[in-house]
Structures are given as structure tokens and as C-alpha cells.
Design a binder for this molecule. Structure first.
Ligand code: UDP
Length: 310
């Protein structure tokens, strides 16, 4: 039986990963989460499973579990969450990451870091490939997360070079789907909830900034494939369908037949102008091929949010 820690397992991506890996009966999943931004509701359907255990703990305090694999997804991840908790975000990225790496070193486990497209900051290269070093403000509202995730990658790199720890680094681009938090402030969840409530749809800036959105199921497939590969350098994971934020607003209004009006507000400081992953490496090394079109994933996500209001 393979023993696996999923740190941040009660969060959006973490809970889907728990669900996926619990289904393989020869895995035992330890879900570790301090519930700062995660929620027990996300894993309530897994609690009774024999091969699943929830541990309510911060990754910054010591953990001693003998495991084969560790996925580190523990960190506030949406801009309003990490801006509300900047020090907790930095601590998770530095102290928490080091704790988990020490554990991987002790038990010879493979460890995967959930890094982010934010390591590229407001990118001057488009689309972004792994060789691009980024354009990041180290003293801004996003820097606790951007720089935290950058230093986490550096710590990973050095545990590999100095201690020979078997590492994986996934640079996760914008991901959406059921179990995003209703109030986490991200664009897809905001626009859907605004439409459901016939509230104004708030575009920040003129809506020409772009993002590329990956449906959660495709992201989970990528993370598991990367873990099961032997690739030790950073790898982009996401979807390379690129949309402007205005496009996203229009698609959501149309899909939901909503009466909401689109309004324009100030663009937050350091908000990246464009973002799209170069996925060549992921395609070549792990045969990664995100399949779910935005129009399809959006319909499922809308159904999920509607169910929360029933
Ligand atoms: N955004 C927006 N309205 C909202 C929420 C977000 O126009 O209600 C914009 C935001 O300024 C950014 C893009 O949508 O340009 C994606 O924002 P999100 O917070 O989802 O993710 P990130 O900026 O981390 O990619």
C-alpha cells in the first residue's frame, strides 16, 4: 500500500486530489490541513473511507508520518486570501515547505510542490515557458504569495542538490471547478455568483487582461502524472485556451441567461496583463493533454454554485 500525504487536502485542488487518490484502494491518504482557507465540507464525503485520514494541523508544525509520497498544496491561494494572511502565506511557503521536505528526506519519499504561474509575475514573455525567470514585484500586494512560491521552489531545488530528495515542481496556472470557495474573490467564482444573484459583474480594469483556465479534473490528472514521472525540474500545468476577462464575463452572462450588468472597476496593483502556459514540456514529458473545453467546465461549475443556493 502506498502512503500519501496531501497537505492542503481540504482546499479546492487538494480535496479533488484526495478524492482521486482515495479511489485507488491501494493508496492510504493522510489529508493535512489547518483549515485556514480550506474547509472540512470539501472532504466530508471522504471521512468515512478506510484509506483516508484527516489531520487538522498546520504544516509549519512538525509532522512525523512514514510515507511514500507528499503533495504540498498547503497555502492560501486566491489573491484576497493571501492578502488577508500574508505572514501565514510566507510561513507556509518557507517553514511548512521545509518541514515537508525534511519528512521526505527522512523517509525517502517523493515530494511534489504546488508552485504557480505567479512565479512569472506580470510576464514579459508570452506564453510563459519554464525557462522564463519572471517579472515579479518583491514589495507589492501579491509578493507574499509570488515570492513565497518562488522561494519554495528554491528550497526544493536545494534539497534535491544537497540531500538528493526526489522532487517534483508543478507550476499551476488558473484552475476552476466545483468546490472553489464562493467568496474567494477569483474571477470565475465571482462572475458566476454575481450572475446567480443578478448583481453587477465587476470587471477590474478594461477586461482586456487575459488568463487561461484549466478545469480541475485536467489539473488533477497532470499532478498525478507528474508525481509518477521521474521529472525533477519545474513543469507548467494548466490549459492553454486563452481568454480576456471581458470574454469570460460575456460567456458567463450568456451561459446563465443573466440580467447582470457588466461594470468596470479599478485594476488592482500588479495584476498581470496576460497569462498563458507554454505546455510543450508537459506534453512531451508526461503526455499531458488537458481535454475539457472552458464552455463545458463552466457549465459544471455553474451547476455546482447553483446547488449551493438551493
Ligand atoms: N478579476 C475581475 N473581476 C473579479 C475578479 C477578478 O476582473 O471580480 C480579474 C483580476 O483583476 C485578474 C483576473 O480577473 O485580472 C483573474 O483574477 P483571479 O483573482 O481569478 O486570479 P489571478 O489574478 O491570480 O490570475
Amino acid at each position: 500500500m502506498k502512503k500519501i500525504i496531501i497537505a492542503g487536502g481540504a482546499g479546492f485542488i487538494g480535496s479533488h486530489l484526495c478524492e482521486f487518490l482515495v479511489e485507488e484502494k491501494n493508496n492510504f491518504i493522510y489529508c493535512i490541513d489547518n483549515l485556514l482557507t480550506g474547509s472540512e465540507k470539501n472532504i466530508s464525503h471522504l471521512i468515512e473511507k478506510k484509506n483516508f485520514e484527516f489531520i487538522n494541523q498546520d504544516i509549519c508544525s512538525k509532522i512525523n508520518l512514514e510515507v511514500d509520497q507528499i503533495y504540498n498544496l498547503a497555502c492560501p491561494a486566491s489573491p484576497i486570501q493571501y492578502q488577508n494572511h500574508p505572514i501565514e502565506t510566507i510561513n507556509a511557503c518557507i517553514d511548512g515547505t521545509r518541514n515537508l521536505l525534511d519528512l521526505a528526506r527522512k523517509y525517502n519519499a517523493t515530494i511534489l510542490q504546488a508552485s504557480t504561474s505567479e512565479v512569472y509575475g506580470d510576464p514579459l514573455e508570452h506564453p510563459q515557458s519554464e525557462s522564463y525567470h519572471g517579472n515579479v514585484n518583491l514589495n507589492g500586494p501579491r509578493s507574499c504569495y509570488d515570492e513565497g512560491k518562488r522561494v519554495a521552489e528554491t528550497i526544493f531545488y536545494n534539497y534535491k542538490t544537497q540531500f538528493n530528495v526526489d522532487i517534483r515542481i508543478a507550476r499551476i496556472f488558473n484552475t476552476y471547478g466545483p468546490r472553489m470557495q464562493i467568496n474567494d474573490g477569483r474571477v470565475v467564482s465571482n462572475f458566476i455568483n454575481q450572475s446567480i444573484n443578478n448583481a453587477d459583474i465587476t470587471i477590474y480594469g478594461d477586461g482586456s487582461q487575459t488568463r487561461s483556465f484549466c478545469y480541475i479534473i485536467d489539473m488533477i490528472a497532470g499532478l498525478v502524472k507528474l508525481m509518477d514521472s521521474d521529472y525533477q525540474n519545474p513543469m507548467n500545468l494548466g490549459n492553454d485556451e486563452e481568454y480576456s476577462i471581458l470574454d469570460i464575463a460575456n460567456q458567463i452572462v450568456k451561459n446563465m441567461n443573466s440580467d447582470s450588468k457588466i461594470i468596470f472597476e479599478d485594476l488592482p496593483e500588479n495584476d498581470p496583463l496576460k497569462r498563458k502556459p507554454n505546455l510543450s514540456l508537459a506534453k512531451e514529458i508526461i503526455n499531458y493533454n488537458p481535454k475539457i473545453l472552458f464552455s463545458i467546465g463552466l457549465t459544471d461549475t455553474i451547476l455546482y454554485f447553483k446547488s449551493l443556493y438551493e
